[in-house]
Design a protein around this ligand. Sequence first.
Ligand SMILES: [Zn+2]
Length: 256
Amino acid sequence: MRIPWNIESHLREEQVGTEVADGVYQLCSTMTNMYLIEGDDGLTLVDAGLPAHMDLLQAGLERIEADISDINAVILTHIDPDHIGLAEPLRKEGIPVWVHEDGEEVALEGLGKPPIGFFLLMWRPAFVRFIRALMKDGMGDEEPIAEVNTFTEGQVLDVPGQPEVIHTPGHREGHCSFWLPDSRILFAGDALITLDIMSGKAVDPEPVRGGDLFNFNKEQQEDSARKLATLGQVSLLPGHVDPWRGDLGELYSPAD
Ligand SMILES: [Zn+2]
């Protein structure tokens, strides 16, 4: 797959509420993913997309015969404009929003302007197309989240599906992945994605490229990839583009 030249904001019909793993549904638009985990006690939304994604969420909920009131929690892999777009609107509906404790401050204060490194990457056509697609869906219009619950490494969250928190910093300081051990489903956020956003090519799961220009800390990204590799065989649901199934231990030598 390559990022097309003229990405339109659109709903990828086939990915509006598709069951991508047991009891897990993908909501995807312009390459950015949200997921719904179905538990006995309602739904958990993993990541909150972009501000224009409310229709996508509604369409996905409809497809699985649910509605907003069935969502009992929003859990965020990290605080970036393309992962928090619906967080504050859903919080206003009374749905608690969860972030890692290292992301709390920025969640509450808002993201502000992008770092200078972001602009230094703008000579790359594929990167520009990626960013333009996100902007079409409202990147930059996201609101700070007025109130958040926080979690820490290793915590099993008391939300539908009971995902376990794996702290995977690097792309952002408070970045986390979520793990469902029984079904071996890994919500990797942007710790491992299946798209090289610098070239637009599909890749095996890898940390977001762009080094420290685009990420918080490249070395931490690599450590986090090795940490996730200790999980071995997974169904990996990334923050962007397509899921992947396989043994992460074959891609990265697991951390000691
Ligand atoms: Zn992202």
